[in-house]
Design a binder for this molecule. Structure first.
Ligand SMILES: Nc1ncnc2c1ncn2[C@@H]1O[C@H](COP(=O)(O)OP(=O)(O)OP(=O)(O)O)[C@@H](O)[C@H]1O
Ligand SMILES: [Mg+2]
Length: 464
């Protein structure tokens, strides 16, 4: 890591020299400036702390302080004042100086103040980057969709986030946003500055999962050469997200239940109770009601988790959210791929809105990503989503009516409809049915639909 940079501003070279010597020894990088003008231009290059003399040849220190703070409010400024100039010291503090030091000063004391000041900058900057990189991407607005179901969900998420202790159970199909919801809860709660720990319960065998969660004492089992803290301890003060909770084995379910009830647990091989303060968020795409009935999931744990159930509805039940999601992802991939796609055509949007999206938002996102990668134009068309006739979702929506059907009549009707839509063109009718032209010809003869054949042969040849 780069050492912190300190700028020493004083017109007396002896003072600069002694401070520089001392601070270099302490491990800092030191820059020097003799005048206010020099100080400001060096400060603009980016320094972490400024030691600023009040009396400068071309300006007074307070005006320099003001300018530095305007450029970067996070720069820490230590004011060097003449003996007995309390008024100036007070004014400097008011204008955002971190501290003041009266001349003549003690170099040890000065070094200590510099160290303290730098710690403050470091923390301030850390908080800023953390906020920018973590909490903002998970603001409530990150959840796209204004359908009634989503409005209701967002209102609930907001409430849950502000009640920092409650356990939450997130349910919903794969790709509906359970991970996202868990992070939104954490980063909008009073726990946001502590850890968000996350584990997929199905990803590890039982014993490993147990020691990941609860940690272990030294010697607890053959490989346990060192004591290890588990996620429960690491997430202290924060949130523990247990994904795919439906896959957790019964033995661990009991331990989790005990923790939820008593807020304490033991490390594997340990005998002391460890108390931590965290929120558990569990998620599953299984139907826990059924798992309970099958005896695979503990009923008491289920009820304990279900205090605050949040259901993420599948995308097909809220197709109104599709246009804003499409806009969101087109924007996001424009930025990522440095493209300038304006949106999707009306046709493409109709397709996207009518598709069933079994993989939900993840599938929609992937479809847009692929389309944006492949498309050369600035508008995505239905073809960019490789909508092929016959392969579309329509066939999945065919349901056998309760009274049954006559398959040959349905077939005849579909061939007729396809021919009509294709204006008698057999090749195009074949494409609509997922057949080749010979197969369509065969059916035309079989169902006695041959009257149109001679009329269409000419155009067929021209087309194929
Ligand atoms: N409402 C939403 N707005 C914007 N993006 C969303 C929304 N819901 C989900 N996503 C995005 O969709 C993708 C899938 O979401 P996520 O991983 O949260 O789903 P999941 O329910 O945890 O799925 P699984 O059960 O497969 O783990 C992620 O990229 C997520 O950011
Ligand atoms: Mg998930």
């Amino acid at each position: 890591m780069k050492p912190p940079t300190v700028l020493v501003v004083d017109d007396e070279s002896l003072i600069r020299w002694s401070i520089k010597n001392r601070l270099t020894e302490a491990g800092f990088q030191v820059k020097e400036a003799e005048t206010a003008a020099e100080a400001l231009s060096t400060a603009r290059e980016g320094v972490d702390l400024v030691l600023l003399d009040y009396r400068l040849p071309d300006a007074d220190g307070l005006s320099v302080l003001k300018r530095i703070k305007e450029t970067d409010p996070d720069t820490v400024v230590l004011m060097l004042t003449g003996h007995g100039s309390v008024g100036i010291a007070v004014e400097a503090m008011k204008q955002g100086a971190f501290h003041y030091v009266a001349k003549p000063f003690d170099l040890d004391e000065l070094t200590m103040l510099v160290e303290k000041g730098l710690e403050t900058t470091r923390l301030r900057r850390e908080v800023k980057t953390l906020r920018a990189s973590r909490s903002e991407p998970y603001s409530l607005d990150r959840i796209i969709g204004d359908s009634p179901a989503m409005q209701q969900l967002k209102a609930l998420l907001k409430k849950v986030a502000s009640s920092p202790a409650s356990t939450v159970l997130l349910t919903g199909e794969s790709g509906t946003g359970k991970d996202l919801a868990a992070k939104v809860i954490h980063f909008n709660s009073a726990r946001s500055s502590a850890a968000f720990m996350n584990i997929t319960c199905s990803a590890l065998p039982e014993t490993l999962l147990e020691s990941e969660l609860f940690g272990h004492e030294r010697g607890a089992f053959t490989d346990a050469r060192q004591q290890k803290k588990g996620l429960f301890e690491l997430a202290d003060g924060g949130t523990l997200f247990l994904d795919e909770i439906g896959e957790m084995v019964p033995a661990l379910q009991s331990k989790l239940l005990r923790f939820l009830e008593e807020k304490t647990f033991k490390r594997v091989g340990g005998s002391t109770d460890i108390r931590v303060d965290l929120r558990v968020i569990a998620a599953t795409n299984r139907n826990l009601d059924e798992e309970v009935q099958k005896g695979k999931f503990r009923e008491d744990l289920y009820y304990r988790l279900k205090v605050l159930p949040l259901f993420l509805p599948p995308l097909r039940d809220r197709s109104g959210d599709i246009p804003p999601l499409v806009r969101y992802y087109v924007d996001a991939f424009n930025r990522e791929f440095k493209k300038n796609v304006r949106g999707v055509t009306a046709d493409a949007m109709r397709y996207l809105e009518s598709h069933a999206w079994p993989g939900n938002i993840r599938e929609l996102r992937n479809a847009i990503e692929r389309a944006m990668l492949l498309s050369e134009s600035n508008e995505l068309t239905a073809a960019d989503f490789s909508v092929t006739p016959g392969g579309g979702p329509v066939s999945q929506e065919f349901k056998l009516p309760p009274g049954g059907i006559r398959l040959d009549e349905l077939e005849r009707s579909l061939v007729e409809q396809a021919l009509a839509r294709a204006a008698g063109n057999q090749t195009r009718a074949a494409t609509l049915l997922g057949l080749n032209r010979d197969q369509v010809r065969y059916r035309i003869e079989k169902f006695g639909l041959g009257k149109t054949e001679t009329a269409t042969t000419g155009s067929d040849k021209a087309q194929s």
